[in-house]
Write a protein that binds this ligand. Structure first.
Ligand code: NAD
Ligand code: GLY
Length: 369
């Protein structure tokens, strides 16, 4: 069975197809988006070895000529060098503005290939074929594309919507368990920020989602994508409600900055701790009932994700260093700190002008130095 979720953006609307076997059927589904019968698949070495042949075969079967561009795996590929390399390889293939490229991979490949598509000859189409759970539920939908620079993550980029997204649930069978947990952090985020009934369902079914049980996975991915599509359709450029998707990200970002944005603490793991901190902070401010913070923490922990920074190397980190990282985050406006906090499970809210003193007191009560 395939579920289709529409992202309604007037002339730039597109569909997200979710289900098993979508890569095998990609040729038929994507044919109309590739009228010039040629494309380049952009992927990383790990995903290429596992899934590029199936996608290539499906496209070729539909009469589409495929060039494969394989990049090194990992966040470092989402860089100026990675962008220059990819752009040069696209130019060498002599692709035109009327062509579309296919991003086959996790969020790194989707963000990089999407940004390259946004600027290649002033803009070409791209199609997302996300292969990590995180990419299926979050990064492949909504058109945020970016690279990192030495000054920070995702600082150079563009809003550039894909023409289609194919989330093939079968590819998740090869995803390492740690990456499944990282993606699950973004799944639970949707329940916590805006859908208490989905959160209740995740409390009961989270372990089945993380272990890849097909029906549970389908519901979790489809509901996540529905929520993201609805929010993006309402607020494409993050003037308001889209910021709620950053629940847990300000705390998480500070912890990622302390641990070096690498394998020590992956983005999804940082978001897991960050969401638990956001709920604890909300409870400490009297915004949210303490029992909701406890439930949020329990559900995050049930998926095997950490809810405190205590186990991270070098902890305790100085509260003032964490605050400095938060102030550098692009959500800081004019020196005031903006947080996504919660009034309850399923009811997140943007809070501007958070007092640094209250934040410092919370971080210290949470174990920071
Ligand atoms: P990733 O792309 O690095 O993928 C994680 C790892 O899993 C990689 O080593 C990759 O090779 C491997 N992998 C992917 N699919 C696989 C599969 N099916 N089988 C086996 N291995 C597989 O990272 P990610 O977690 O997918 O994405 C993180 C990135 O996404 C970050 O750069 C983050 O900034 C970005 N992001 C973007 C948005 C957005 O809205 N654009 C949202 C969230 C995150
Ligand atoms: N991942 C946050 C957003 O897409 O807005």
């Amino acid at each position: 069975m395939t579920r289709v979720v529409a992202v309604a953006l007037d002339g730039r609307s597109y569909e997200v197809a979710i289900g098993p076997g979508l890569i095998a059927g990609a040729g038929d589904r994507l044919s109309r988006l590739l009228p010039r019968r040629r494309t380049a698949i952009v992927t990383d070495e790990t995903v290429a070895a596992l899934h590029a042949n199936a996608l290539t075969a499906s496209l070729e079967h539909a009469g589409i000529a495929v060039s494969l561009i394989v990049l090194p795996p990992g966040e470092q590929t989402k860089s100026w060098d990675g962008l220059a390399d990819l752009s040069d390889r696209l130019l060498a293939l002599n692709l035109d503005r009327g062509d579309a490229i296919v991003a086959l991979g996790g969020g790194v490949i989707g963000d990089l290939a999407g940004f390259a598509a946004a600027i290649y000859k002033r803009g070409m189409d791209f199609i997302q074929v996300p292969t990590s759970l995180l990419a299926q539920v979050d990064s492949s939908v909504g058109g945020k594309t970016a690279i990192d620079t030495p000054r920070g993550k995702n600082l150079i980029g563009a809003f550039h919507q894909p023409r289609a997204v194919l989330a093939d649930l079968q590819v998740l069978a090869t995803l390492p368990a740690r990456e499944m947990r990282c993606g699950y952090a973004e799944v639970i985020k949707y329940g916590l920020l805006g859908d208490r009934a989905f959160f209740d369902w995740l409390e009961a079914n989270g372990p089945q989602v993380v272990s890849g049980e097909p029906d549970a996975l389908m519901h979790a991915v489809a509901r996540s994508v529905e929520m993201k599509a609805e929010i993006v359709a309402e607020d494409e450029k993050e003037a308001g409600r889209r910021a709620l998707l950053n629940l847990g990200h300000t705390f998480g970002h500070a912890l990622e900055a302390e641990t070096g944005f690498g394998d020590t603490l992956k983005h999804g793991e940082a978001v897991g701790i960050g969401m638990a901190m956001a709920f604890r902070f909300s409870a400490a401010l009297g915004l949210c009932p303490g029992q909701d913070a406890v439930r949020a923490e329990r559900a995050i922990a049930a998926a095997g994700l950490a809810t405190h920074a205590h186990t991270l190397p070098g902890w305790p980190y100085a509260a003032d260093r964490l605050i400095r990282h938060m102030a550098q985050d692009k959500k800081a406006e004019g020196g005031r700190l903006t947080f996504i906090l919660a009034r309850a499970i399923g009811d997140a809210v943007v809070v501007k002008d958070v007092e640094v003193e209250r934040l410092r007191a919370f971080l210290r009560s949470d174990g920071a130095g």
